[in-house]
Each structure stands twice: as structure tokens, then as C-alpha cells.
Write a protein that binds this ligand. Structure first.
Ligand SMILES: [Zn+2]
Length: 78
């Protein structure tokens, strides 16, 4: 299965204003205009953080987290 990633679907000039998850058709992210002078970085960050939250909620596998915890425990015991 392909790793889900963020894909920009709508641009305002060179500023990304809307994006989606490549694995979920239903997952759409949109930047709400917060300032009168938006910057590309700000919008990109907003979309990315929305995607990160979505990724953690939908795509983060519990078994991956458990494996990481086990590995951490093992290295702790040395
Ligand atoms: Zn997704």
C-alpha cells in the first residue's frame, strides 16, 4: 500500500489553499484565511499540520507504536 501523503488541489498563485490525502478521498484540507496578507509558508504549514493530525488519527498504526515501545524498552534494559 502506498504511503498516504499530502497533495495540494487548489492554488492561489503560488500559495497552496486546499489539499487532500492521497489515500482518502474524503479527507480534504482547506486553509481558512487568517490574515489579510497570507504567506505561502503560513498556508503550507497550516495544510501540513491538518494533514499531520489526519495522518495520526487515521493512518498511524497501533502495532507500529507498540513495536517502537518494545524496542525502546529493550534498549533501556541494555
Ligand atoms: Zn488519509
Amino acid at each position: 500500500m502506498k504511503k498516504p501523503s499530502l497533495r495540494v488541489t487548489k492554488w492561489l498563485g503560488d500559495i497552496p489553499v486546499a489539499a487532500e490525502c492521497t489515500s482518502c478521498v474524503a479527507a480534504q484540507f482547506e486553509v481558512k484565511s487568517t490574515s489579510h496578507r497570507p504567506t505561502r509558508e503560513e498556508y503550507q504549514r497550516s495544510l501540513q499540520s491538518q494533514f499531520d493530525a489526519h495522518f495520526k488519527k487515521v493512518h498511524a498504526r497501533p502495532d507500529t507504536i507498540q513495536t517502537a515501545a518494545r524496542n525502546a524498552e529493550r534498549s533501556y534494559r541494555g
